[in-house]
Write a protein that binds this ligand. Structure first.
Ligand code: ASP
Length: 306
């Protein structure tokens, strides 16, 4: 039994906001990422490899706010955050504010496996990436007119923007969770953060327990939404805790945290999660969330709107 779920961010995503052509492109990006992660699981590979491959695929796809498609920070750069966690060992790796790294998720995994630390910050994180021989790209690689336009609009309005929001504001993140044949869980999340973010702002994405968490005893979780709320609500770990300490099912834990706790605080967004039995939950309290899942029986779907 194996299962994978992915997301490409949550927000004000409704049929009136995107054209049929855009919808087709987004769906293809999600399918490609599912294929990449699923292929690993289908050949008996690990959940950790599956989530890394799925997230790499989403990072390479320029429509989602991570890796190549990352939004612009106020300083005109792309400052990316990512984290990964192994549910079997409870080992984790994370990076924040990194620039020019082709696949921040692979850097996070390298931190987990080849350093003595959990969390590296730019510019040390890039130094470590170079030492480890990871792929680095010039600024051009991350440039798109669309994102640059978003930055200009945000700067003119003097606001910090979430990617998928009505004012074309920048919120968006990508993530994957998986259960492999051996019963191991893993979670991975990667983002460019908020358009026009300043002062070294870091969201929940690289925060273990906030935007990402995995534990073989409970579940694997990857979040997307207004990061400040997800950090304060310790969302990913809270879902695991509700299962571990209160005996809630995955669905019950997710509903409670996303539809009540987070919402009552004013936090908009969603998450993807899979438990040790292969159950999947994809809750969100925003208008939409780019999402998909697939299991060993071939069941699954790709969806965008509520
Ligand atoms: N959670 C991300 C952040 O706050 C953004 C998002 O998921 O849309 O950086």
């Amino acid at each position: 039994m194996y299962t994978i779920a992915i997301h490409g961010g949550s927000g004000t995503i409704s049929r009136s906001e995107i054209t049929p052509e855009q919808e087709k492109e987004y769906r293809q990006g999600l399918e490609n990422a599912l294929d990449a992660g699923y292929a690993v699981l289908a050949r008996g590979g690990s959940a950790l490899d599956a989530v890394e491959q799925a997230v790499r695929s989403l990072e390479d796809f320029e429509k989602f706010n991570a890796g190549r498609g990352s939004v612009f920070s106020a300083n005109g750069r792309h400052e990316m955050d990512a984290s990964i966690m192994c549910g079997q060992t409870l080992k984790a790796g994370a990076v924040a504010g990194v620039t020019n790294i082709r696949n921040p998720i692979t850097l996070a995994r390298t931190v987990m496996e080849r350093s003595e630390n959990v969390f590296l910050l730019s510019p040390g994180a890039e130094e470590f990436a170079r030492e480890q021989g990871l792929a680095v790209e010039p600024d051009d690689y991350f440039y798109t007119d669309y994102r640059f336009q978003q930055l200009k609009e945000a700067q003119e309005a003097n606001r910090t923007q979430l990617d998928h929001s009505r004012s074309n504001t920048g919120k968006g993140t990508v993530g994957a969770v998986a259960l492999d044949e051996k019963g191991n869980l893993a979670a991975a999340t990667s983002t460019g953060g908020l358009t026009n973010k300043k002062y070294g702002r870091v969201g929940d994405t690289p925060v273990i327990g906030g935007g990402t968490y995995a534990n073989n005893q409970t579940c694997a979780v990857s979040c997307t939404g207004y990061g400040e709320f997800f950090i304060r609500a310790v969302v990913a770990y809270d879902i695991s805790c509700l299962m571990e300490y209160k005996g809630l099912s995955l669905q019950e834990a997710c509903d409670w945290v996303v539809q009540h706790k987070l919402k009552d605080m004013g936090g908009e967004g969603g998450l993807i999660a899979v438990d040790r039995s292969g159950n999947v939950a994809l809750p969100f309290n925003s208008e939409g969330m780019y999402r998909g899942w697939r299991n060993a029986a071939g069941e699954g779907e790709v969806a965008i709107f509520a």
